[in-house]
Ligand binder design. Structure first.
Ligand code: GTP
Ligand code: MG
Length: 332
């Protein structure tokens, strides 16, 4: 179950209100019966209908595939998901605010912060600072837009049991926010295995995102359960298939709800006859392909950290330094 960051149960939070445009019933061909089927299947908005593959809609709702395809097409038409001029595309992209990391140097190499509708991956060895960055983002997402926030809540899917409300409290104070309010707006789940992790994203997240204006979804770490449950070459194909499905689910959420999605990833050492052991991100091509931005974090001297943009199709390779303090990640 997704629960609040403070570990307390509350009535609905009033800080962030949901914003909703069209209802499912506004789409041609959708009456109350089909709307109910879609909602029960977790397809609760027109945008979700527009971006879900018809085959999946059909599987989830029992509707025929051609019917599902027609509904999805009507939904896409209704929200203008069709050919558009590149100038219009630029206008849409430019109107989307990026999320500050709270660290100027890191924002700069990311091209101004984290982009919504895209998966950003932080990869690095243990202790490099991935979890600290995720914690900080759960706070900065709540900042006003003029301070680089998105005025929204966060979902934190924790697979390694490393979430710390103490860190959130400390970071919230640094940014001048009320720690209790900040915790109220973080929806936390400890995913106990990969199926549970996938289920949270598929089943639970959409409602929470809509109800609480969530603008950031963190999976820390993406890979932990998948690596443990599908070890060795013999399980590689099924592991990659599951990971691919999970990443597609995450990307669909990102696109549907205009979310910033952040995942963390481990590095693995692979033997190389020519250059000796080399390190690379776990998860192979599937993760590399699905993540729009990939940031490699390393420890450097004096307890500082180095962040490097790697394999990002839209950004030049760049690097910067930052430090981890009691109040989160900071510029050096
Ligand atoms: P794995 O999850 O093990 O792969 O590592 P990670 O990359 O997520 O590392 P994480 O973000 O947990 O960073 C851990 C490091 O952050 C520790 O080694 C500490 O150096 C630093 N750190 C964590 N908490 C604090 C704190 O309260 N104060 C300070 N100054 N540093 C901290
Ligand atoms: Mg971690």
């Amino acid at each position: 179950m997704v629960s609040r960051g403070g570990g307390r149960s509350h009535t609905m939070n009033k800080n962030f209100t949901k914003s909703r445009e069209l209802d499912l019933e506004d789409i041609k061909g959708i009456g109350p019966v089909i709307a109910r089927k879609l909602r029960e299947a977790g397809i609760t908005s027109v945008k979700a209908l527009a971006v879900t593959p018809p085959k999946l809609i059909s599987e989830l709702t029992g509707l025929g595939e051609s019917r599902a395809a027609a509904l999805a097409a009507a939904a896409r038409a209704a929200i203008g998901l069709s050919l558009m001029s590149a100038r219009k595309y630029r206008e849409i992209k430019m109107s989307m605010s990026k999320l500050t990391t709270g660290c100027r140097a890191l924002d700069k190499i990311l091209g101004g912060g984290l982009e919504p509708q895209v998966i950003t991956e932080f990869v690095g060895p243990f202790g490099s600072g991935k979890t600290q960055i995720c914690h900080q983002l759960c706070v900065t997402v709540q900042l006003p837009k003029e301070k680089g926030g998105l005025e929204g809540g966060a979902i934190y899917i924790d697979t390694e049991n490393m979430f710390s409300y103490e860190r959130i409290e400390a970071i919230a104070k640094r940014f001048g926010l009320n720690p209790d309010t900040v915790l109220d707006n973080i929806f936390y789940a400890h995913a106990v295995n990969s199926d549970h992790q996938m289920e949270i994203v598929k089943e639970e997240a959409p409602d929470v995102i809509e109800e609480h204006n969530v603008k950031l979804l963190v999976v820390d770490s993406l890979i932990n359960h998948f690596r443990a449950e599908y070890p060795g070459r013999e399980n590689l194909a099924v592991r990659q298939q599951k990971l691919n499905e999970h990443l597609h689910d995450l990307l669909r959420l990102a696109e549907t709800y205009n979310l910033v999605v952040v995942v963390t990833n481990h590095v693995i050492a692979t033997p190389d006859a020519m250059f000796g052991p080399t390190e690379r991100p776990a998860g192979g091509h599937v993760v590399a392909h699905m993540c729009g931005y990939r940031v490699w974090i390393k420890r450097t001297t004096g307890g500082k950290r180095k962040a490097m943009i790697i394999d990002a199709p839209k950004l030049p390779e760049a690097e910067c330094e930052f430090a981890i303090t009691d109040e989160g990640i900071v510029d050096v």
